[in-house]
Design a protein around this ligand. Sequence first.
Ligand code: SF4
Ligand code: SF4
Length: 135
Amino acid sequence: MTSQKIVLHFPRRMVDQPIVYKLVKDFDLKFNILKAHVTPQEEGLMVLELSGKKENFNRGIEYLKSCGVKIQPLSQDVTRNDIKCTDCGVCVPICPTEALVVDPKTRKVHFYNDKCIACELCVKICPTRAMEVHF
Ligand code: SF4
Ligand code: SF4
């Protein structure tokens, strides 16, 4: 038995397709969707816990890749170094789950760790390297 939390990035053309259902039907896998989100650019993002026999799990992952789904293990934890953050707001529009939000009154940028799916988009874009990934 294998069980893993993974992040799936769907291309725009696949947002409406039942690929998770196929994982159950064709590969006998069980899933638990932890978060799902469609970005304004209509890229789909889903965090799920996938489990099943190791061989089926690997075949299911290969199937997803063959469909053009990008897969990322959710083994990372993203944090913000508040000393380095300048509240510039560059990360806010890029965050797909609204884990980074500007307070309209104070103009401070808040980081809601419980909404973060560790996609690392903010890590790449932050000019002061305030967003950090821990393995
Ligand atoms: S991009 Fe970096 S410095 Fe700017 S608000 Fe986001 S975390 Fe802070
Ligand atoms: S890694 Fe950054 S951009 Fe991605 S969900 Fe977490 S806070 Fe948002």
